[in-house]
Design a protein around this ligand. Structure first.
Ligand code: ZN
Ligand code: ZN
Length: 344
């Protein structure tokens, strides 16, 4: 079968590899769709640890049960499923609570899930090590939902930690209306009632934010003081109860520190590699900075329920697996609108 594999730093290839066979407890998934994600680019630029074998990319996967390993009885062949991305040990307290994104053994393992150190879903078939990592799709189709396993789950988790602060009278500032940011706006609009302010450096992204329910949009590619002034004009002196930064570069970190309110939540999801000169007077009293990672299995179920109820949607285009290299190139150049989904 064909697979998109990372061989070394900046070296991805489409290889012909053997179709895998599930061992006891494992499940073989016939891939229906695999999302192409920005974090793959970080992975491609970092390469794989020395001595580790090449592996298949793709951590946003959905498809159908193709074969059950010995002892797996809770799924039927042909059933449509979504693969939960962050694979923990399954036994520690966070994993037992379905938060495998915070598995206690994560730091000891270079494998953070399929497509992240071990074979993922950019192939015709993929092995999933346990049925606990699968969520039935029922009537939903794999290509409609594959990217939700990251692009919706990650903002959903980031937003949920601040649930108690997202009230009808509060303001939430979403910075960066890309793949994750446009999902964040939808989730905030459909699940909560706070006033949503969206910030981006591009007008078409701000248009997207408006389409999905942002109450205010702000261009952020100018002097920080004037952006802060514009936001404070909207919020008044209390500023934003929650700032969700889906960029995480130097200017957005400065912006976050200056727009979060007293006792607010300042959540940085974007892996933009920004650095901030920290000082205790840099941010309002009581404000907390958090860098959440992905989301839990139960949260992914909730995301799928939002999709089922027609409350969230993801803009995506499908491409054949053979175009993967070209798609990564376009993604790096910012030429992919919404999400690219490979359909092997
Ligand atoms: Zn992703
Ligand atoms: Zn664990």
């Amino acid at each position: 079968m064909k697979a998109v594999r990372l061989h070394a730093k900046n070296d991805i290839r489409i290889d012909e590899i053997e179709k895998p066979k599930p061992k006891a407890g494992e499940i073989l998934i016939k891939i229906g769709a695999a999302g192409v994600c920005h974090s793959d680019l970080h992975l491609i630029h970092m390469g794989i640890p020395d001595g580790a074998p090449p592996f298949t990319l793709g951590h946003e996967n959905a498809g159908w049960i193709a074969e059950l390993g010995e002892g797996v009885t809770d799924f039927q062949i042909g059933e449509a499923v979504m693969v939960y991305g962050p694979w923990g040990c399954g036994h520690c307290a966070p994993c037992q609570q379905s938060m495998e994104n915070y598995c206690e053994h994560q730091s000891k393992s270079p494998i953070l899930g399929g497509g992240l150190g071990t074979n993922g879903g950019m192939a015709e078939y993929m092995i999933v090590p346990s049925s606990r990592l699968l969520i039935p799709l029922h009537e939903l189709q794999p290509e409609q939902v594959a990217p939700l396993s990251d692009a919706a789950l990650t903002p959903y988790h980031a937003i949920k930690r601040s649930s108690s602060k997202i009230t009808p009278s509060s303001f939430v500032f979403v910075i960066g209306i890309g793949g994750l940011g446009h999902m964040a706006v939808q989730i905030l609009k459909k699940v909560y009632s706070a006033t949503i302010i969206a910030g981006d450096i591009a007008d078409d992204k701000l248009e997207l934010a408006k389409k999905y329910g942002a109450d205010y949009v702000v261009r952020t590619d100018r002097d920080t003081n004037s952006v802060v002034e514009e936001i404070t004009h909207i919020t008044g002196v209390k500023k934003c109860a929650v700032v969700l930064d889906f960029v995480g570069n130097n200017p957005t970190l400065v912006l976050g520190a200056q727009t979060v309110g007293l006792n607010g939540d300042w959540t940085v999801v974007g892996l933009g590699g920004g650095k901030l000169d920290w000082h205790c007077m840099n941010q309002p009293w009581g404000a907390s900075l958090c860098t959440p990672y992905w989301g839990s299995r139960v949260e992914l179920m909730e995301v799928l329920d939002l999709k089922r109820k027609g409350l969230i949607d993801i803009e995506y285009t499908t491409y054949p697996l053979s175009q993967a290299l070209e798609i990564y190139d376009k993604l790096a150049k910012g030429q992919i609108k919404g999400r690219a989904v490979l359909t092997p």
